[in-house]
Design a protein around this ligand. Structure first.
Ligand code: CA
Length: 228
C-alpha cells in the first residue's frame, strides 16, 4: 500500500507534535499546520488523503475549514472538546467523517484514521472487522473498543479515568512518563500532580493481586509501565 498523506490541523503545539509523531510512527506521511487558513492552503497544494482537524482553532475554525472543503472528497476526523454539543457531534459523523474527543489516546486516533481511510478506500463494502484495538503488556490486556481490561484472563473493573491512565501507560510501555505528561493526556489539564499519584495507587491496588508489579516509580520524574 502506498503511504497515505495526512494533514494535521491543530493550534496546540504539544498535541500537534504528539499526533504527528504517532501517525509517522504508524507509517503515514504527515504535514501539520496550526491554523485553518494554512490548512486550506495546504489542501490546495497537496491534496491529503485525510485531515485530522481540530474544531477550536484561532481565526477560521474547524467547521468553517470543513465547509470550505465541502466540494472536496477528503475525509475529516475532527478533534472536539468534551463540551461539544451532542447534535454537533452527530452532524460531524455524517458523510463518512469521524471525530475524536479530547483528551484522546493517540492509539485510538490512529485506529480512527485507519478506519476512515478503509471506509473511504473500500467504500460500499461493509465493514466486517470492528477496529478492535487491543494493547498488551505481559499478561495485561486492554481492549480500547470494549473498555475492558484483563490480567491473566481475569477481568479488572476500572473507572474511566483509571482506564485512560492505564491505556496511556500501556501505549508508552517502557518509557518514563512525567506527571505533567500524564496530567495533560489523561486529565486534559495541568493540575495537581497528587491526582496522578492517587490514580496510580488505585491502579496498582487493582493490578497487584493478579501478578508482579507493572507500574514503576521513577523517583522525582514520573512513572513507567513495563513487563516484569
Ligand atoms: Ca485548539
Amino acid at each position: 500500500m502506498t503511504e497515505r498523506a495526512i494533514l494535521v490541523v491543530e493550534d496546540e503545539p504539544h498535541i500537534r507534535d504528539i499526533v504527528e509523531l504517532a501517525l509517522r510512527f504508524h507509517g503515514f506521511r504527515v504535514t501539520s499546520v496550526a491554523t485553518g487558513e494554512d490548512a486550506l492552503a495546504e489542501v490546495e497544494r497537496n491534496q491529503p488523503d485525510l485531515i485530522v482537524l481540530d474544531v477550536a482553532l484561532p481565526g477560521i475554525d474547524g467547521f468553517e475549514v470543513c465547509r470550505r472543503l465541502a466540494d472536496r472528497r477528503v475525509p475529516v476526523i475532527f478533534l472536539t472538546a468534551r463540551d461539544t454539543p451532542a447534535d454537533t457531534v452527530h452532524g460531524l459523523t455524517l458523510g463518512g467523517d469521524d471525530y475524536v474527543t479530547k483528551p484522546f489516546s493517540v492509539e485510538a486516533l490512529v485506529a480512527r484514521v485507519r478506519a476512515v481511510l478503509r471506509r473511504t478506500v473500500e467504500a460500499g463494502r461493509s465493514e466486517t472487522a470492528q477496529d478492535a484495538h487491543i494493547l498488551r503488556v505481559a499478561d495485561l490486556e486492554l481492549d480500547e473498543s470494549r473498555w475492558q481490561v484483563r490480567r491473566g484472563g481475569t477481568q479488572i473493573a476500572l473507572s474511566p479515568t483509571e482506564f485512560r491512565l492505564l491505556a496511556f501507560l500501556m501505549e508508552h510501555q517502557g518509557l518514563v512518563l512525567t506527571k505533567r505528561q500524564l496530567l495533560e493526556h489523561v486529565w486534559g489539564y495541568g493540575g495537581q500532580s497528587q491526582v496522578v499519584e492517587t490514580y496510580v495507587s488505585y491502579l496498582r491496588r487493582k493490578l497487584a493481586p493478579l501478578g508482579p508489579p507493572l507500574i514503576h516509580t521513577q523517583r522525582g520524574v514520573g512513572y513507567t509501565l513495563r513487563a516484569p
